[in-house]
Design a protein around this ligand. Structure first.
Ligand SMILES: Nc1ncnc2c1ncn2[C@@H]1O[C@H](COP(=O)(O)OP(=O)(O)O)[C@@H](O)[C@H]1O
Ligand SMILES: [Mg+2]
Length: 314
């Protein structure tokens, strides 16, 4: 059973984000908020996947052929997906775009095995989802795929640690091990100092980071994010994108839905839906770097952008 694709954790750090040593644990600059320091701590964290490095796996993470989904609403049939084919390799960062109602969420729900297609095939890491047993499907949803949504979907009465521990309840870990893993996931997303905060005591961006930690705590192979920055201001959105880019650099495969071109520009590949069909699929030649943009915004303005107007007198 050990060579079953589902037993392989996602890749260990590939040192893609070659962080200058001086940044790790560096003291905060005067303008730096706690969050910014947290984000630096996040980058300095050791790798999330503590298991040994897996052998190269040639199988794509996602292989979808001619996927269709029709909803029956009384007399009306809604053809939400009309035959979508897509292959996503391990380590990709794909942005899914398209107008409202074009089928993005329907597609994500199918990728996440939260719903079943009307027709078509879906292989997840080489395993046909249609032939999975209920136990395998439960395993996929709980451990192999992490989900992040627009509304953070946190339990309001639980602390950050409690929320992140939730997916571990079913995995049979001891209480101590649950807490150790949850703490580690929260450190990974830069919230190591807010373990005991409840959602109402956290900003929107921090709540989304708790949700991301919860999605990561079981070491998934695939992260599915449906408009994760939809409720956040643009500065906070960049922080979330920096986190997702850092995770992707560690080998996590990410599929992210957004209708904002600005956000899709952080991905390495963009696909677009329209009326239930995939109408565009292209690489992003120069993806934006959210980390660079964050650091740029912190840099003190040594040379202010003065505008010189030299009036030409007649
Ligand atoms: N559970 C459902 N029952 C009926 N129709 C649905 C359901 N979910 C989505 N739809 C319809 O399917 C189409 C695609 O919706 P959706 O996948 O949510 O699009 P998007 O996420 O791109 O906005 C829309 O016409 C929507 O109204
Ligand atoms: Mg949607």
């Amino acid at each position: 059973m050990t060579d079953h694709p589902f037993d392989l954790p996602y890749e260990r750090a590939q040192a893609v984000h070659d962080e200058p040593a001086s940044h790790n644990g560096a003291t905060a600059t005067p303008h730096e908020t706690d969050d910014m320091q947290d984000m630096r701590d996040m980058a300095a964290m050791p790798d999330a996947a503590s298991q040994p490095q897996p052998a190269a796996l040639p199988l794509p993470v996602i292989m979808v052929r001619n996927l269709a989904k029709t909803y029956q609403l009384g007399e009306t049939r809604v053809r939400a997906l009309r035959g979508v084919s897509l292959r996503v390799e391990r380590g990709e960062f794909v942005a899914v775009m398209g107008p409202s109602g074009s089928g993005k969420s329907t597609f994500m729900n199918l990728l996440g095995c939260l719903d079943t297609p009307t027709s078509g095939e879906y292989d997840l890491m080489g395993v046909p989802v249609g032939r999975m047993t209920p136990d395998q499907l439960a395993d996929v949803r709980n451990r192999r795929i992490g989900f992040v949504f627009q509304g953070f979907n946190l339990l309001s009465r639980a602390t950050a640690l409690g929320n992140v521990s939730m997916p571990l309840l079913y995995a049979g870990f001891s209480k101590e091990e649950q807490e150790r893993r949850a703490r580690r996931a929260l450190q990974l997303v830069g919230l190591g100092k807010r373990l005991h905060h409840k959602p109402t005591q956290l900003s929107g961006g921090q709540q989304q980071r708790v949700a991301i930690a919860r999605a990561l705590v079981n070491g998934p192979n695939l992260l599915l994010a449906d408009e994760p920055t939809g409720n956040l201001d643009s500065r906070t959105s960049v922080e979330i994108m920096a986190l997702l880019q850092a995770l992707n650099a560690r080998g996590l495969t990410i599929v992210l839905v957004t209708h904002e071109a600005d956000i899709a520009a952080y991905a390495h590949r963009q696909v677009a839906f329209r009326d239930g069909r995939l109408v565009r699929d292209e690489p992003v030649l120069a993806p934006r770097s959210a980390r660079d943009e964050m650091e740029e915004s912190l840099r003190p303005a040594t040379q202010p952008n003065e505008v010189h107007i030299r009036e030409e007198l007649p």
